[in-house]
Every structure is written in structure tokens, then in C-alpha cells.
Design a protein around this ligand. Structure first.
Ligand code: PEP
Ligand code: MG
Length: 859
């Protein structure tokens, strides 16, 4: 048998330079986009002169060809290795997170190889290795039933013989002993597995493009078997959950004497440990070398790496180096520490953190002292906690999101058709599945609190009923909380605490802010939202939806009285009740924001949301108004609209019932003076919704100016304010030049603009959106990802015409798209001054915006 040692010659002696397969040398043409990350990384390890076994890389094109039946000449691969060498084949996708088929080890094993190996490591160990190979080949390559091999109890020569005969029975042909046949079949099976539908959907869920390629590497085995200290393991220098320094991994020692060798590997600690023997004690030099090599890789590959190694008679072999698997928290810490150590620049650290991954760090958790009314539990699959109304289908989740209502998506289990619904939901709860189930994987990817496998609850999806573990029944629309950190499901909305942001987060965000060239504000309607916005360093409030301030019972009744009032005096009386409430709301917002801009949008209600719908509501209102119930019912019917979203909404209400906006303007101005007394001077921004004509702005502006003058007079103090217009109708985009002449700023409301551009109801689109996207009618749900072609065209027109009308115009976007990285790129390219998104998306937007600026700088 030829020596199976390392061949680190940089010269490719057997292959044509343009061959489909490439021996990995320090100069070979190997690149991540063509051969995958593992192949490229192995080349880097070769360049670092680390003891890497000889390896051949197959490109994406070659592997794709193999799946289609075009096998490269197998002799060209085999001749790169010593005759009788045992080989392994590992996947090498462009991004390691996209996965790939499992590695197949010990290819080339047959009676002759087994006998040769027995001389080195003993007969039983060699036969065990052979048996393992037969099982793995049978299951993963020949695709035979795993159960029949698991049932084989005998070991040694008997176990091997039984495995070989079982193979022959099941496959109806003898086990292939020719290494060329084995390698051919392994390559074919791995190439085909990558092209399968399940594998494709799984990697697409992790962000892989449809046509993502797979490379394969064929490597000589360094067995880690022998008579001195031998074994195999993995080692990394940081903790994968926290990113903090900590040597972690595992080591399986084969060499605790011949008996242990034959009985199988023994798990040892890596570092010295009082609980048992460690690699550090058994092979201190190998352990020190491993640490040194990991540190060298960190420095030279500019990445925190996990090394896969074997130790053969005390000597270290590096089989592979992969990016350390990491939680989002660890990813951030690792990037920051690499930059702090001068290995990468702060800019690079900013580029390395996926904006969406931040959301896991940012999620609220249930407060430690909150009362927990637990109704069930399952696997804690994605951290953070969220509250919402129960929905039982993805389309209901989308409809709920379009209404701006938080929901919890409850499913038996999820499938790719549910992904859009998961995007729309605040949390996900499933009956089936474990930590790697579809719901769990996608949930973590989205940073969505997720509990899976809550099998002791009953999920009656068709009847829209969820039954808790103790039999309590919950229906669609009931509020529950999913705690993805503990795996509990709770009734109602327990008290939450904000995410704790550590020093690494703060540091990274400060680096990001230094690069960013577009402002980020938050949409915040409540003091809690405003506090979150401050916590996440939003540069102000870009949208405060005032109608959201009226849904509490003690406000809803005076609001309804005001809407129903026939006589001006009755209306005045109702508004007088509402004024101090609004003043207090605004004063608190101004105080929390401490002089930062606060943009308050005047009332924009679809009126039906404020009308009672059931008998009890009608009776309550009749009592409050002191009217017969029949009168109230008639009025409610008379006020009903066929299409409330396009009816008496926004500025239309402000024009027809101007006292409402007068009251709000007064509340804003009085709050401005109150909050300015003991803090930084406040310059409120007042925004008009659903404008479509310049005259609307003129009329409302005149009245607001009059209210401002009256408050100045009464209080004897001066203040200024800025008036803005929400551009959310196509006409407002087209007429932005003349509208701009009456406004200080324009803010694009892309939720309504999308609705009106497509003629697509925000509330009903969920019913067919999945179908539309799956049939490719829309590339994406346009309420989720801004349609840059149609809606975007209107936005571009609006920006250009608005600036024609008023060159110093401040322009922004406050629709849901504002928190989405792709949409931010578009808004930035259009020249918007800031984006305003929900508070929890502020850090995501800050990071995404910084990455855009850096990308531009580095070209
Ligand atoms: C919008 O339409 O984009 C918007 C921000 O307003 P709302 O969602 O409240 O209609
Ligand atoms: Mg709107």
C-alpha cells in the first residue's frame, strides 16, 4: 500500500487545467461562487500551511452535470490519491448555512482495505469501520431502509458479514467493492439529493437562490486511528450562543489502550476538567497546536473558525475549517470582537451582521415578575415573546397584518405555503415539530417568537378552536402570548420587558450610525412605543397614528358621542372630554422624545371601526347618548359605507367635520407649550392623511393656523410647527408639486399607496396573495416588499414633483415597507431624507441603511 500521507505539492500533476475537478493547492483556481465555501476554505488552510489531507474539489457545474447524468471520468479523481486510500466526500455550498447532503466517509473500503487497516488499528476496529461504511452507503447512497441495518446486533467479523449480506438481499446485488464504483455512486447520490425539492425548499427558506449550486470535495481520510494518542474532534475558541471566548467542541479519543480502541471512541473534555480526562492532559502538545491553529485561522481567515481535526499518534491533522455556527447574538459579538482586535474594520463588522438577525436580540421578553396564566407548552423554538390575536391560517395572518393588528399564527405544523403568513404574524404556535422543524427554522430566521410541538394542546384548525392543556377553549381573535424563550403559551397579554442590549450591540450600532446617510425614525402611537423607539435610538417619531389612541373604552364612548353628535354643541361637549386626553397623550410623547421631532398624524379612521356592531354595543351607545336604541341603529346604518377604506377617511373627515382636527391641533399646541416648559423646545409636526387635492391642505392649514394663533394668544407664548402631507393616494403623487407649496414635508404612506395603485384591498389581499405569489403573478407580496416598479414609479414621481414645488422639502416614508432592507435601498436611492418604521425594526433599519452606504463607498 502506498503511503497515504499529505500531498501538499502546489503542482497539479494529473489533471488538465480546465478539468471539471481541481486538486486543491495554494494556487488552484478555486472560488466560493464556483466551488463553494468549504472548497475555498480548504484552499486557505493549505495556504496557511496547515496539515490538510489531500483534497479534490468538484465545481457547481460539475455536480449539476452529475445530477443530470454526466459523470466526470472517475479515474481522474482517484489518481489524485494514493492507491487504496480511503476517501470522504463532503458538500461545499456557497453559503454553509444552506446545508447540503451529509458527508460520506471511508469510501474505498473493501476486504483488502480492511485487512490493510487491521494491521494498523486492529481487526475489530477495522471491521467496525467497514461495517459503518456499509450502513452509511446502504442508507444514504443505495437508499435502503435504515431499520434493517439498525436491527443488526452482531459486531466484529460477524456484524460485517451480516451487513454485507443484508445489503445484498435488500439491494438485490452485492455490495460494490470497487472504489471507483463506490465513489461514482456517492457523487451521484449527493448531487441528486441537492437537486431534490425538499432540499431546495429548505435552503430557499434560508435565503438561498433557486439555482444555488453545490460543490463537492473529495478528501483523503485522516482516520485518527493508531496506537498512540488518536482520535477526532472539533474545536472552536468561542461559545456559539454568546460569542464570548470559551474553548468548546468535542474530542473522541480512540486510543485509551487497545481495548478501548476496539470498543469504540471515548468522549473526553477538551480542556483540563475536574470531571474527567481531557485532551489537554492526554496530548498537551496537540491541544496547544490546535488552539494555535484556531487562533491563526481567526487572524488570517478573518473569521471565527471551528476546526475539524484528527490526531494520529499525537500528530494533528486539520480536515476542515468552517465558520463557527452562531446565534444572532454571537454573530454580532464575533464581528465586534474581530474589529476590536483589528482583524477586520468596523465597516466590515457592520457588513457582517445580517440586519434581520438583529430582531432576535431585540425582542421583548415576558417580565420576570409578570403573572403567567399558562395554557400550554411546547418546544422553545425561537426566542422572545409576543402577544396577538389567534388566527388559524396564513391568509388570516396576512389580513390581520394589513389591518395593523398583531396576531399569533396557530397551525398543526407549517409548510412553505405558510411562510408569508409567518412574515405577517407576531408569533407562531404549532402542534407538531421539533427544534429543526419548518416552523422553528423559519421562525428563528425571521426572529419570530415560536413554540412548536405543543402536542398536549388540541388544535382544531377547521373549527378554529385551540384547546389548552387543561381544557380551556380559545377561539379565533382571542388574545394569547407565545413565549419562544421558555416554550410556554399564555392567556392574554402579560407584562413585557424590553430586550437587553449589550455593549457589542451598542458598539456595532454606533459604527453603523457613523456610516448611515438616511435618517431613521419610528412609528409610535403610545408612550411605550416611544420609549422603545428612544431605546433603539430612533431619530424621532415619523408617524403617530392618533386614531389608535381612541380604542380604549373610556375614550371610545366620547369619541362615538362626537361622531354621532347632530348639533354643534353636542359635538363640542364630546370634544371637550377628548381634548385633555389628547393633550396628555402628546405631552407625554414630547417629554419622552426630549426635543426630537414628533410627527403627529391627525385622525385617519375608517369610521366603521368606531361604530358599534353588536346589540350590546348599540345599547351602550344609546344609553350614553340618551336616545332610543332604534335611533342609534338607524344612524349606524346611515353612516355605514360600502367601502370604508375609501370613504370618509383621513382629511375628508377633517374637512367635513373640522372640529375634530381643531381639537387635535389645540391639544398638540397646548402640549407643545407644556412640554417645552421644562425641556427642550418642541417643534411639533402635524401631518394630514389621505390627501388627494391641494385644496384639502389649504382648507385644513387655514384652520390649524387659526388654532395656533388662538393658543399663542391665550397662553401669551410663541411656538412654531411644521405641517406635512401624507402622500398615499396616486393623485397626491401626481400633484405633489402643488401640494408641496402648502407643506413643509411629505411622507409617503406606502400601505395605502400600494392599496390604491393596485386597486388591492389591504384587508382582503391575504385571501389570494399566496396563490398570486406562488403562480408568479406578483414576485412578492407588495404590502410586504415595496413594488419598486409600479408603486415605486409613483413614489419617484412624487419625490421629483414635490421637490419641484418646494426644493427644501423634507421627504420620508412611513408605510410598513420602511423597515424592510430592500425597500430602504429603494427609498434611499429615491433621495428620501428618512424612513419611519415600527420601533422594533429601527435597529434593523439603522443597520440596513448603514450597509447600503458602505456598499456605495466601497463600490
Ligand atoms: C400608510 O398608508 O402607508 C400609512 C402609514 O398609514 P396607515 O397604515 O395608517 O393607513
Ligand atoms: Mg394610510
Amino acid at each position: 500500500m502506498l503511503h497515504c500521507g499529505k500531498h501538499r505539492s502546489p503542482v497539479n500533476t494529473h489533471l488538465e487545467p480546465d478539468a471539471d475537478v481541481t486538486l486543491i493547492t495554494s494556487t488552484a483556481p478555486v472560488a466560493t461562487p464556483t466551488h463553494g465555501g468549504r472548497a475555498k476554505c480548504l484552499q486557505r488552510l493549505v495556504r496557511l500551511d496547515l496539515p490538510v489531507p489531500r483534497t479534490v474539489a468538484l465545481s457547481f457545474g460539475t455536480v449539476h452535470g452529475i445530477a443530470a447524468g454526466h459523470m466526470p471520468e472517475i479515474g481522474k479523481i482517484l489518481c489524485q490519491f494514493a492507491p487504496n486510500a480511503l476517501l470522504c466526500v463532503r458538500p461545499s455550498s456557497e453559503d454553509p448555512d444552506w446545508g447540503g447532503p451529509g458527508a460520506i466517509l471511508n469510501i474505498g473500503m473493501n476486504d483488502a482495505a480492511c485487512a490493510a487497516l487491521a494491521d494498523r488499528i486492529g481487526g475489530t476496529a477495522a471491521q467496525a469501520l467497514y461495517t459503518k461504511f456499509v450502513h452509511s452507503y446502504a442508507v444514504h447512497v443505495a437508499r435502503l431502509d435504515p431499520d434493517v441495518f439498525e436491527d443488526i446486533e452482531a459486531d466484529g467479523a460477524e456484524g460485517l458479514a451480516e451487513s454485507l449480506s443484508t445489503y445484498e438481499e435488500e439491494a438485490e446485488e452485492p455490495f460494490p467493492t470497487d472504489p471507483a464504483v463506490q465513489l461514482t455512486e456517492v457523487l451521484r447520490s449527493m448531487a441528486r439529493a441537492w437537486e431534490g425539492t425538499t432540499a431546495r425548499l429548505l435552503r430557499q427558506a434560508k435565503g438561498a437562490p433557486v439555482d444555488a449550486g453545490l460543490g463537492l470535495v473529495v478528501q483523503e481520510m485522516a482516520l485518527g486511528l493508531g496506537r498512540g494518542e488518536c482520535g477526532s474532534g472539533v474545536l472552536q475558541l468561542v461559545n456559539s450562543d454568546t460569542g464570548l471566548p470559551q474553548i468548546t467542541g468535542r474530542y473522541l479519543s480512540q486510543s485509551q489502550g487497545r481495548e478501548a480502541l476496539e470498543a469504540g471512541p471515548k468522549s473526553l473534555y477538551l480542556e483540563r476538567d475536574p470531571r474527567g480526562p481531557s485532551l489537554e492532559e492526554l496530548a498537551p502538545e496537540a491541544f496547544a497546536e490546535l488552539k494555535r491553529q484556531a487562533a491563526l485561522m481567526r487572524e488570517r481567515l478573518r473569521e471565527e473558525m471551528q476546526i475539524e481535526f484528527t490526531i494520529e499518534n499525537g500528530a494533528v491533522h486539520i480536515l476542515d475549517g468552517v465558520r463557527v455556527a452562531r446565534s444572532p447574538r454571537a454573530a454580532l459579538r464575533i464581528a465586534v470582537e474581530l474589529a476590536r482586535d483589528g482583524i477586520i474594520t468596523p465597516q466590515e463588522a457592520v457588513m457582517r451582521v445580517e440586519p434581520r438577525a438583529l430582531s432576535e436580540l431585540l425582542h421583548r421578553q415576558i417580565a420576570p415578575d409578570a403573572e403567567r396564566d399558562v395554557i400550554g407548552s411546547g418546544v422553545a423554538a425561537s426566542p422572545g415573546a409576543a402577544t396577538g390575536r389567534i388566527v388559524f391560517s396564513a391568509s388570516e395572518a396576512q389580513a390581520s397584518a394589513a389591518r395593523g393588528e398583531a396576531c399569533v399564527l396557530v397551525r398543526r405544523e407549517t409548510s412553505p405555503e405558510d411562510v408569508r403568513g409567518m412574515h405577517a404574524a407576531s408569533a407562531v404556535l404549532t402542534e407538531r415539530g421539533g427544534i429543526t422543524s419548518h416552523a422553528a427554522v423559519i421562525g428563528r430566521g425571521l426572529g419570530l417568537p415560536c413554540v412548536v410541538g405543543a402536542a398536549r394542546m388540541r388544535f382544531q384548525i377547521r373549527r378554529k378552536v385551540l384547546v389548552g392543556e387543561k381544557g380551556r377553549t380559545f377561539r379565533e381573535g382571542d388574545v394569547i402570548t407565545v413565549d419562544g424563550t421558555t416554550g410556554q403559551v399564555l392567556k392574554g397579554a402579560p407584562k413585557m420587558t424590553e430586550a437587553t442590549l449589550d455593549d457589542a450591540f451598542t458598539t456595532l450600532m454606533s459604527w453603523a450610525d457613523a456610516e448611515r446617510d438616511i435618517g431613521i425614525r419610528a412609528n409610535a402611537d403610545t408612550p411605550a412605543d416611544a420609549a422603545t423607539a428612544r431605546n433603539f435610538a430612533a431619530q424621532g417619531i415619523g408617524l403617530c397614528r392618533t386614531e389608535h389612541m381612541f380604542f380604549e373604552t373610556e375614550r371610545l364612548t366620547p369619541m362615538r358621542e362626537m361622531i354621532f353628535a347632530d348639533a354643534p354643541d353636542d359635538r363640542k361637549a364630546a370634544l371637550a372630554v377628548l381634548l385633555p386626553m389628547q393633550r396628555a397623550d402628546f405631552t407625554e410623547l414630547f417629554r419622552i422624545m426630549e426635543g426630537m421631532p414628533v410627527c403627529i398624524r391627525l385622525f385617519d379612521p375608517p369610521l366603521h371601526e368606531f361604530l358599534p356592531t353588536d346589540r350590546a354595543g348599540l345599547r351602550d351607545l344609546a344609553e350614553a347618548l340618551d336616545l332610543p336604541i332604534s335611533d342609534v341603529t338607524r344612524r349606524v346604518e346611515a353612516m355605514g359605507e360600502y367601502n370604508p377604506m375609501l370613504g370618509m377617511r383621513g382629511v375628508r373627515l377633517g374637512i367635513t367635520v373640522p372640529e375634530i382636527y381643531d381639537m387635535q391641533a389645540r391639544a398638540i399646541f397646548e402640549a407643545t407649550l407644556d412640554a417645552s416648559k421644562d425641556g427642550a423646545p418642541v417643534v411639533p409636526e402635524i401631518m394630514l392623511p389621505l390627501v388627494s387635492a391641494k385644496r384639502e391642505v389649504e382648507l385644513v392649514r387655514t384652520r390649524i393656523d387659526a388654532v395656533a394663533a388662538a393658543v399663542r394668544n391665550e397662553r401669551g407664548r410663541d411656538f412654531t410647527y411644521r405641517l406635512g402631507v401624507m402622500v398615499e393616494t396616486p393623485r397626491a403623487c401626481l400633484r405633489a408639486d402643488e401640494i408641496a407649496q402648502h407643506a413643509h414635508f411629505l411622507s409617503f404612506g406606502t400601505n395605502d399607496l400600494t392599496q390604491m395603485t393596485y386597486g388591492l384591498s389591504r384587508d382582503d389581499a391575504g385571501r389570494f396573495m399566496s396563490e398570486y405569489v406562488s403562480q408568479g403573478v406578483f414576485a412578492e407580496d407588495p404590502f410586504h416588499i415595496l413594488d419598486t416598479e409600479g408603486v415605486g414609479e409613483l413614489l419617484r414621481i412624487g419625490v421629483a414633483r414635490g421637490r419641484e414645488g418646494r426644493p427644501d422639502m423634507t421627504m420620508s416614508i412611513c408605510g410598513e415597507h420602511a423597515g424592510n432592507a430592500e425597500s430602504i435601498a429603494f427609498c434611499r436611492a429615491c433621495g428620501l431624507d428618512y424612513v419611519s418604521c415600527s420601533p422594533f425594526r429601527v435597529p434593523v433599519a439603522r443597520l440596513a441603511a448603514a450597509q447600503l452606504a458602505i456598499r456605495d463607498k466601497i463600490g
